[in-house]
Ligand binder design. Structure first.
Ligand code: IFM
Length: 452
């Protein structure tokens, strides 16, 4: 397969994605308040290399140079996130205009360069004062999020083409409140389930405000989805895969797209399920203009009655893993998209993140990341395959523009198309960056419709 032989629609969005805490740095500047990630990362033992996002890629100061780089790559979309603690440092109090000024400069800079801004409102940097008051398990955080969404969209309005409320609510709730691997580092099933409901409710509640303040923009949410495969054909493992699907995928897809939580998961969680008030599910399932899908790999699971619901154990990858230990499994992307098309009424889809960490080395001033090129090529082809089968995909965002703070792994895992020398903050485009730029230029020249 040669991805250059495939044709994508002429108006397809070719982009890259990043997130505020992972790249911005400048955590104490211009009135930004602390976030749960500042707190979590500065507690010893939480981050593999002991790093924090205090400086990260220093994008807060180098944003112009980063936008120029995006323009040179030929991108027509940039997915970034807005740091809530820059905009409302206390979480639910006064708006910090200096924080909004930064994003206004960024958005205008993108528009000047012909790059469509795709802004995510919540990519995990909850203001610490809100966590001190209970965080996402507290229903009051929903109102605080709506006020924050209001402040952002009043200022940026329709200049942002696409607003996503949340990125990967599974991670924000389960990694953060159940598994303790992400901020705020708690391990409590009930809290995690309440957090997940409130993240969804905050999404739905904010949709009204977004539509009022930015009527010309498109509004949606971004989920990370994994196909769940059984470790063996045994009925117990097949049932385990079905349960994992409920836990990971349907727990978010069903309320958003069907207005109900999946029965198997609801029953499985027993009395740990969150309290749902009248109207919550109608709010959560308000129509979406787009669904963002993040795809990295699949899950292979076996039945394990010794752990709480979904009572499964994850198995190591069967195929080649990336540096994250995640299996390279491009056909899973086609599978996920075809499944969405088969089972749900879908809005247009954006592949909002896809990429891989590899052990990149800078040698003689360049980085030959051929494994990443192959990863991207295979996944873009898998995406195209789903489009050929009728899935309405409007854009692809590589994760990530540049190496950055990879959460609990610190700076050890490099996902970028652009290498970052953290000593000097030099940006060095890897081979994958030139490859991606070449693909974009070739697709633009071809001005195609979807066909293989
Ligand atoms: O770095 C993350 C990103 O913040 C959310 N999606 C997955 C990426 C790779 O782990």
């Amino acid at each position: 397969m040669n991805v250059n032989d495939l044709r994508f629609p002429a108006d397809f969005v070719w982009g890259v994605a990043t997130a505020s805490y992972q790249i911005e740095g400048a955590v104490d500047e211009d009135g930004r308040g602390p976030s749960i990630w500042d707190t979590f990362a500065s507690s010893p033992g939480n981050i593999d290399d002991g790093a924090t996002g205090a400086v990260a890629c220093d994008h807060y100061h180098r944003w112009e140079q980063d936008l120029d780089l995006m323009k040179r790559l030929g991108l027509n979309g940039y997915r970034f996130s807005i740091a809530w603690p820059r905009v409302i440092p206390s979480g639910d109090g006064a708006v910090n205009q200096a924080g909004l000024d930064f994003y206004e400069r960024l958005v205008d800079g993108l528009l000047e360069r012909g790059i469509a801004p795709f802004a995510t409102l919540y990519h995990w940097d909850l203001p610490q004062p809100l966590q001190d008051a209970g965080g996402w398990p507290q229903r009051g955080t929903v109102d605080a999020f709506v006020a924050y969404a209001d402040a952002v969209t009043r200022r940026l309005g329709d200049r942002v083409a696409f607003y996503a409320t949340m990125n990967e609510p599974w991670c924000a709730s389960f990694l953060g409140y159940v598994l303790g691997q992400h901020a705020p580092g708690l391990r409590d099933h009930r809290l995690g389930l309440r957090a997940s409901h409130h993240l969804l409710l905050a999404h739905g509640s904010a949709m009204e405000v977004l539509r009022a303040n930015a009527p010309g923009s498109r509004h949606g949410i971004v989920l990370n989805l994994n196909p769940a495969h059984p470790a063996s054909p045994a009925p117990a493992d097949r049932a385990a895969a079905e349960r994992f699907d409920g836990f990971f995928n349907r727990w978010f897809l069903d309320p958003l797209l069907r207005g109900s939580y999946p029965d198997d998961a609801w029953r499985g969680y027993g009395d740990a399920v969150p309290t749902i008030e009248d109207g919550d599910l109608a709010t959560i399932s308000r129509p979406l203009d787009f669904l963002g899908v993040n795809y990295y790999s699949r899950a292979i699971v076996a039945d394990d009655a010794n752990v709480p619901w979904p009572a499964v154990r994850g198995l190591p990858p069967k195929g080649t893993p990336t540096e994250m230990g995640w299996e390279v499994y491009p056909q899973g992307l086609t599978e996920v998209l075809l499944r969405l098309q088969r089972e749900y009424e879908l809005p247009p889809i954006y592949l909002a993140e896809n990429g891989a960490a590899y052990r990149d080395e800078l040698k003689n001033g360049s980085v030959d990341d051929s494994e990443r090129v192959s990863f991207l090529e295979q996944h873009i082809a898998a995406l195209h395959e789903a489009m050929v089968h009728g899935v309405d995909v409007r854009g692809y965002f590589a994760w990530s523009l540049m190496d950055n703070f990879e959460w609990g792994h610190g700076f050890e895992k490099r996902f970028g198309l652009v290498y970052v020398d953290y000593e000097t903050q030099a940006r060095i485009p890897k081979r994958s960056a030139s490859w991606y730029a070449g693909l974009i230029a070739q697709q633009r020249g071809a001005k195609g419709a979807v066909r293989s």
